[in-house]
Design a protein. Structure first.
Ligand code: CA
Length: 517
């Protein structure tokens, strides 16, 4: 092939992908002038690392989320919403652009989002929406497409839990208090200022419950004296899997640090030793708070420390979402406003012995997704079709009666929200994770998930395949890649994987162009 630099290569691929999308029957003509007067307001609520298994509307065995449940009861719950690359900044870039990581350019957390590209807030703003993003942004570049932004900028954009530093339209300001409360206060303040003759789109984005899971005072003692049940795969031995599952650095047992576990260092430690002490656990060094605590009891103790703080952070999100929903009721905005609740990806809550995300296994692939819009969505409905973070932009643009940009790769799921699934709705999804070497040492992989199966290819670092039959093995403990009974299934899945890679314009050449850049 001709030698192209990465930008030229991306342009070429993006052009090819756009051509394929426009010929694949996706909705590109969405403007219906009669609907413009009725355009809904949009509140897009996103948490950071909130797994569906920690929401009672998703059947949580470990916590209650009454206000999120309220959204589920009044709207639609999606059982199979997945992300295309299970990590923070990449998922956010996919949501804004409606394009895969290899097209929008943010393949990992280290890259800066190119804010000159098309996004759904820009299109909404151009169509007359009042737009704002408040809270976590985490894309390194300045937000574009927003009339107002107020984003966390401390700790490289991760933000702080207490007295966080914000950039308010470019002006740095620290606010005293707890981050989840502050972000909600700022959102309510902005909402109260909006003029009623124009619709609004607010992205209300929490830092919580991201590591290091620091709860506020109100919830600090929640779950004290209670043992949170461990998941059934807590002691997974990865026996049938590739080395990728064995060689990660995200186990409850070895990789939670003393600061994750809120254990204070001995006061007398000098500077350098103190820094070493703080880092303990990051690469798996054995660490215990007591000489008497070893083995399985130590792992169980670490899980309780971790999961309780994680759930305490979620309790604060739930309270604050309740405050926002109350405001919409009081202001008479409930009927005319689409409210979405989601998270940038899922998370491991001790499943397979892990915390964190990245792998294509179910717990981190799945995003919680609740959508309430009383004008079109039946209260208490549940949808099991495959939808993706890639679809959020086209869906919101569809509701706003704005044509999506032709090269967006997702598809509006408005019909699903109305209760009918189009016959040609997708029955498979494509996934690609890139960040290695990196935090938690999860090897690069791509794969396909259908309603029943999942095929994963770890490439580049190791060449290994895994195949799971999700009907028989929902916890993905039994890799059947080499099982002859699955020979024809495997052939079909490999064909489907190649078809999806072609459809979305992904290829080995493109991956190499990124990785060698
Ligand atoms: Ca995240």
């Amino acid at each position: 092939m001709v030698n192209l630099n990465r930008r030229e290569f991306l342009n070429l691929v993006a052009g090819g992908a756009a051509a394929m999308i426009s010929s694949s029957g996706c909705d590109t003509e969405l403007v219906r002038s009669g609907d413009i007067a009725k355009r809904p307001n949009i509140i897009f609520i996103m948490a950071d690392d909130h797994a569906a298994q920690a929401m009672s509307c998703y059947g949580s065995k470990i916590n209650r989320t009454p206000n999120l449940d309220r959204l589920a009861k009044q709207g639609m719950l999606f059982e199979n919403c997945f992300c295309t690359n299970s990590i923070c900044a990449p998922s956010r870039a996919v949501i804004l652009t409606g394009k895969y990581s290899h097209i929008n350019g943010v393949i990992n957390n280290k890259l800066t989002f190119d804010g000159t590209q098309q996004t759904f807030p820009k299109l909404l703003q151009k169509a007359g929406y009042q737009t704002a993003v408040i809270g976590k942004w985490h894309l390194r570049s300045e937000p574009t497409g927003f009339d107002h932004y107020d984003i966390l900028i401390g700790s490289w954009g991760q933000g702080e839990y207490f007295d966080p530093l914000f950039s308010i339209n470019g002006q740095e300001r620290r606010t005293t208090g707890y981050v989840t409360d502050i972000i909600t206060d700022k959102c309510l303040e902005w909402l109260k200022k909006q003029k009623s003759d124009k619709p609004f789109c607010l992205m209300y984005q929490h830092k919580a419950p991201h590591r290091a899971w620091e709860p506020d005072e109100r919830h600090a003692k929640m779950y004290d004296g209670i043992d949170i049940p461990e998941p059934t795969t807590f002691n997974d031995d990865y026996e049938t899997r590739s080395d990728a599952a064995r060689q990660q650095e995200m186990t409850i047992e070895h990789h939670l640090t003393p600061s994750d576990l809120k254990v204070k260092p001995p006061e007398e430690l000098p500077g350098e030793e103190r820094r070493d002490w703080d880092k303990k656990g990051i690469h798996g060094e054995y660490w215990s708070p007591s000489v008497n605590l070893w083995g399985q009891p130590l792992k169980k103790w670490k899980y309780q420390q971790y999961i309780k703080d994680y759930l305490r952070c979620i309790a604060s999100i739930d309270d604050n979402v309740g405050r926002l929903l109350d405001y919409l009721d009081q202001a008479g905005l409930t009927e005319s406003t689409i409210v979405i609740y989601t998270s940038d990806q899922g998370f491991y809550l001790g499943e397979h012995g892990w915390f964190d995300k990245r792998f294509m296994y179910e717990e981190s692939l799945r995003m919680p997704l609740l959508v309430r819009y009383p004008r079109e969505i039946k209260a208490g409905s549940v949808n099991g079709d495959i939808v993706l973070n890639l679809d959020f932009a086209p869906t919101l643009l569809d509701f706003a009666s704005v044509a999506n940009s032709a090269d967006m790769q997702g598809r509006s799921f408005r019909k699903l929200l109305q209760g009918s699934t189009p016959e040609n709705w997708r029955t498979s999804m494509y996934y690609h994770y890139y960040e290695y070497p990196g935090w938690h040492a999860v090897k690069r992989h791509y794969g396909v998930r259908t309603n029943r199966y999942k095929l994963i290819h770890f490439y580049y670092d190791i060449d290994a395949w895994e195949l799971y039959d999700l009907h028989k093995d929902p916890n993905e403990l039994n890799n059947v890649y080499d099982n002859p009974a699955y020979k024809s299934v495997l052939r079909q899945l490999k064909d489907e994987l190649n078809r999806l890679r072609r459809q979305y314009g992904d290829s080995d050449e493109l991956t190499r162009a990124f990785l060698e850049d």
